[in-house]
Design a protein around this ligand. Sequence first.
Ligand code: SF4
Length: 239
Amino acid sequence: MLYTGSFKDHRMITWHINDNCNFRCDYCHTWLSSKTQEPIKVSRLSEGLRTLGNDWVFLISGGEPFLEPNFIEICQELTKKHFLALNTNLSLNNIYDFADQVDPERTIFINAAVHIIEREKTDKNLEAYIEKAHYPASFTEEEGEFIRAFDADWPEFALLDEIPSLKGKLCHAGGRFLFRTRNGDLRRCSGIFNKYGNLFENKVIFDVSPKPYPSSNCAALYEGKSNNQKRPAIAIQAN
Ligand code: SF4
């Protein structure tokens, strides 16, 4: 099934999969805490996913996700019943394995950030980057239209224009949005540490109705803006 809905309206889990990165961007803190970790067990992931039902969007971020030794396998497992979106620096060669082995109809988007200062250290003219992105030659007209259908500049530009005042407003995070750490812990969002279960323990807790923002300063503005909408959270049906 090709996903044709609006990304921002979808039930989503942002998975902070690791803190490892082969770049050392000076505006980023994740690589400072990088450490070697055990590979993620796909069998445990598979069990945890049964708790969710179908068709969530997993937005995987890090660190650099493609440094996970079994990342292709993880993506294959996720895309059996869910959709995938990635934040990556697109510098590693297993991106080709990803393209060959992961269902493109269940991969909604890949944010391929340039990080120019770090990239030019190893890819002076960005040739390797452009070869991996293969843009725009590899897109058909129809695929181009599909990509344009996403409101790619939302909510980033909305946040640029104005820091939203969220005080007193209801937030759907905890119902249709969750944040997930590497070890499976689920939280309402990246700025709030209350546990909403653990996907590796097959336990997910959903808020049945939207809750007010807990403070006037939302610590996760992107997520806050995305979930600050006046509509009911979507009911979840477990398989
Ligand atoms: S590529 Fe991304 S994760 Fe890696 S150091 Fe730069 S900003 Fe951080």
